[in-house]
Design a protein around this ligand. Structure first.
Ligand code: FES
Length: 224
């Protein structure tokens, strides 16, 4: 009986391992890139974590507490960015996922070493959009990555989610009370009731992947 239980348990663990390994392989294929990037660590670490999960289960160790804390931590230098709507293991956003003047992506940062997506606080929500590099003001170009700009996805007026970029007006728009922010000049308020600029998140490129390069330049969230 004990042996049967053990065999069943081993099969269960093995199936987790295979499932995770397949998932990671698929992610590599989808992106068609095995280039070196800290964001790729998230994939490599998926395998390591799989082993960790197995050992963790076997030893009866839970790492949930630490992960819960990390989910609420603010974006940190070296974090990669993943689509906020994606499910499963976070997949790093590549610069080619964004088109100049195209639809923005709402993302959350994640730690590529642990794979923990920092979606425990909506203040970590980031709006990514891409514009022509020459349209970006001199002062803020150093915080952008090849035309990609990252801003808080939470309006500085009453804290509504911001998901929209109007190419024609070059304006990030909050539809709650129609505040507009100019992304190419540091999130400056163009119109509407928002009392302060939309906080910018400095980013850079690491082998085509978008990586956080600094903290938000001002406090994200509604203004009291
Ligand atoms: S919450 Fe965005 S304009 Fe009011």
């Amino acid at each position: 009986m004990a042996c049967e239980l053990h065999r069943g348990y081993t099969k269960f663990i093995f199936s987790i391992f295979i499932a995770k390994e397949t998932l990671v392989k698929n992610q590599l294929d989808e992106n068609g890139c095995d280039c070196e990037s800290i964001c790729n660590l998230s994939r490599r670490n998926a395998l390591k974590l799989t082993t960790g999960i197995i050992l963790g289960i076997a030893a009866g160790i839970s790492t949930n507490l630490h992960a819960e804390e990390e989910k609420e931590a603010r974006p940190a230098v070296g974090d990669c960015l993943a689509d906020a709507d994606a499910e499963g293991w976070p997949v790093a956003i590549n610069i080619n996922d964004l088109v100049i003047g195209g639809k923005p992506i709402v993302a959350y940062p994640f730690n590529p070493k642990t794979g923990v997506l920092k979606d425990g606080s909506r203040l970590n929500k980031v709006l990514l959009l891409r514009v022509a590099t020459e349209s970006i003001s001199e002062e803020i170009i150093k915080n952008s990555a090849d035309g990609v700009l990252a801003y808080s996805g939470v309006c500085t007026h009453k804290g509504c989610d911001i998901t929209s970029y109007n190419t024609k007006d070059n304006a990030i728009v909050c539809f709650c009370h129609f505040s507009k922010f100019q992304p190419t000049s540091g999130g400056e308020v163009l119109s509407g009731p928002a009392p302060r600029n939309l906080p910018m998140l400095p980013i850079k490129l690491d082998n085509q992947y978008l990586v956080v390069a600094g903290e938000f330049l001002s406090k994200p969230g509604a203004t009291n």
